[in-house]
Design a protein around this ligand. Structure first.
Ligand SMILES: Nc1nc2c(ncn2[C@@H]2O[C@H](COP(=O)(O)OP(=O)(O)OP(=O)(O)O)[C@@H](O)[C@H]2O)c(=O)[nH]1
Length: 205
C-alpha cells in the first residue's frame, strides 16, 4: 500500500518535570487537555501527519520524562531527533548542553514557554523568554495546552525548520519517482495503534 506521507521526522519534547510536555503533545495530536499531572515514565510517543509547503510530513513526537531519575534513558533518544522542543527557562543551560552533547549536529530547536494562560503565576516575562531564545539562537513560542494557544503553530514551525535543514534531500524527494523519503528510520509496525497502547504514560525504554 502506498505511504500516506512524503517524509518522516522525529521530534523530541524535553524540559523539567511538570512544565506541560505531555499536555502539549496530547493537545496537538488528540486535541485533548488533561488537568492532572501523571509524570511520564521514561519516554512515550505519538504520531501526526501535517502538510507543510505541499509536503506531507509524518512526525513522530517523543515525549520524555522530566524527572532526573529517567535521564539516562531519555538522553538515548536525543541522537535520533531531527527537531527538539525545549521547555525550560530555569535550567535552560543544562538542557541546551545535553542537546549539544547527545543530539546530532544540525538538530533544530525551538524554545517553548508553556502555561501562558496562567498569567498570575508567571515567573518569566514574554520579553525575557524571547531574549533567552535569542541568546541560544532559537525561535520562541509562548503556548498553552489548556487554551490551545500556539500549539499547531509551534509544531508546524519546528517541522518547517527541519524541512529547511534537509532541503537538499527534499529536492531529491521532489524529483524521485518513488516519491518517498524517510529521513528517520522509523520502525512503524503495520496496524499498530498510534503510540504505546494509546497510553500517554507508558514506558518505551
Ligand atoms: N494551566 C495550564 N496547565 C497546564 C498546561 N500544560 C500543562 N498543564 C498542567 O501541568 C501539569 C503537568 O503537565 P504534564 O504535561 O503532565 O507535564 P510534563 O512536563 O509532561 O511532566 P513530566 O512527565 O513529569 O516530565 C498538569 O497538571 C497539566 O494539567 C497549560 O498550558 N496551562
Amino acid at each position: 500500500m502506498a505511504k500516506q506521507y512524503d517524509v518522516l521526522f522525529r521530534l523530541l519534547l524535553i524540559g523539567d518535570s511538570g512544565v506541560g510536555k505531555t499536555c502539549l503533545l496530547c493537545r496537538f495530536t488528540d486535541k485533548e487537555f488533561h488537568s492532572s499531572h501523571i509524570s511520564t515514565i521514561g519516554v512515550d510517543f505519538k504520531m501526526k501527519t501535517i502538510e507543510v509547503d505541499g509536503i506531507k510530513v509524518r512526525i513522530q513526537i517523543w515525549d520524555t520524562a522530566g524527572q532526573e531519575r529517567y535521564q539516562t534513558i531519555t538522553k538515548q533518544y536525543y541522537r535520533r531527533a531531527q527537531g527538539i522542543f525545549l521547555r525550560s527557562y530555569q535550567h535552560i543551560m543544562k538542557w541546551v548542553s545535553d542537546v549539544d552533547e547527545y543530539a546530532p549536529e544540525g538538530v533544530q530547536k525551538i524554545l517553548i514557554g508553556n502555561k501562558a494562560d496562567e498569567e498570575q503565576k508567571r515567573q518569566v516575562g514574554r520579553e525575557q523568554g524571547q531574549q533567552l531564545a535569542k541568546e541560544y539562537g532559537m525561535d520562541f513560542y509562548e503556548t498553552s495546552a489548556c487554551t490551545n494557544l500556539n500549539i499547531k503553530e509551534s509544531f508546524t514551525r519546528l517541522t518547517e525548520l527541519v524541512l529547511q535543514a534537509h532541503r537538499k534531500e527534499l529536492e531529491g524527494l521532489r524529483t524521485r519517482a518513488s516519491n518517498e523519503l524517510a529521513l528517520a528510520e522509523l520502525e512503524e509496525e503495520e496496524g499498530k495503534p498510534e503510540g504505546p497502547a494509546n497510553s500517554s504514560k507508558s514506558c518505551w525504554c
